[in-house]
Design a binder for this molecule. Sequence first.
Ligand code: NAD
Ligand code: NAG
Length: 255
Amino acid sequence: MFKGLVGLVTGAASGLGSATAQQLVKQGGRVVICDLATSSGQETAKHLGENATFVPVDVTSEQDVRNALQVTLDKFGRLDVAVNCAGIASAARIYNFKKEQPFDLKTFQRTVEVNLVGTFNVIRLAVGLIGKNAPDNDGQRGVIINTASVAAFDGQIGQAAYSASKAGVVGMTLPIARDLSKQGIRVVTIAPGLFRTPMMEQLPEPAIKQLEASVPFPPRLGHPEEYALLVQSIIQNPMLNGETIRLDGCIRMQP
Ligand SMILES: NC(=O)c1ccc[n+]([C@@H]2O[C@H](COP(=O)([O-])OP(=O)(O)OC[C@H]3O[C@@H](n4cnc5c(N)ncnc54)[C@H](O)[C@@H]3O)[C@@H](O)[C@H]2O)c1
Ligand SMILES: *[C@@H]1O[C@H](CO)[C@@H](O)[C@H](O)[C@H]1NC(C)=O
């Protein structure tokens, strides 16, 4: 299905990004796995075989992302799709009145730096390479896919930083899609609900059970493969553009 397609996936050592990289390769594409040097990205790439390669990347670094794009060009000759899955979670209330302690500013800044600024950094640099592609019959040169969260819309207690970072990703989706429309590059954001990934598995199993019960249908955490399936549909469907899609089993997070 994706024969000849080249994808770059950030956060691809783990969870949603790893499932996405696997799906792209399974469908005949080739993929550049970008994740922190300390991640298991090397093993992920090895597992996927000759059509995957790992590049250590911190998405907040201009130099790292430029290097990953150079490797993409050298190894695979082009770039068609960039999927932003790198992200971090944080949880704290805006003010701890018992300890008279405000939300740690560094934590807020770091969360926004990785989730929002990192995503922006990858997009602004990746489209330079995608824009070099010859347009297809529709005039399309490529696709950008971002990962927000339902927390962008209904953030829970303690999620001020995380929600702000993800709302930023939702907010920039339309203007960037407009910026890129002349080049035929689409921009679509996925807002996942609750998915079973290492990020989620930090929670104790009873807490996960409780979360699962709060999903109307199906009453379980999403499988990372279900996220990857939406990535595939977005790539395949040229009318999807400038939009954020919730993928959440109808969940609306409670306070
Ligand atoms: N799992 C969920 O339920 C869920 C729900 C909504 C949104 N999300 C979002 O989906 C994305 C993927 O999450 P996941 O659940 O797969 O988490 P995960 O922790 O399993 O994977 C995230 C990956 O991002 C990498 N990463 C972190 N900081 C990075 C940086 N600065 N540069 C490069 N890579 C970096 C990590 O090393 C890790 O491999 C995140 O943006 C997350 O916020 C997840
Ligand atoms: C790599 O991709 C090529 C071309 O699509 C394919 O023929 C080959 O089987 C793939 N290799 C693996 C290990 O998936």
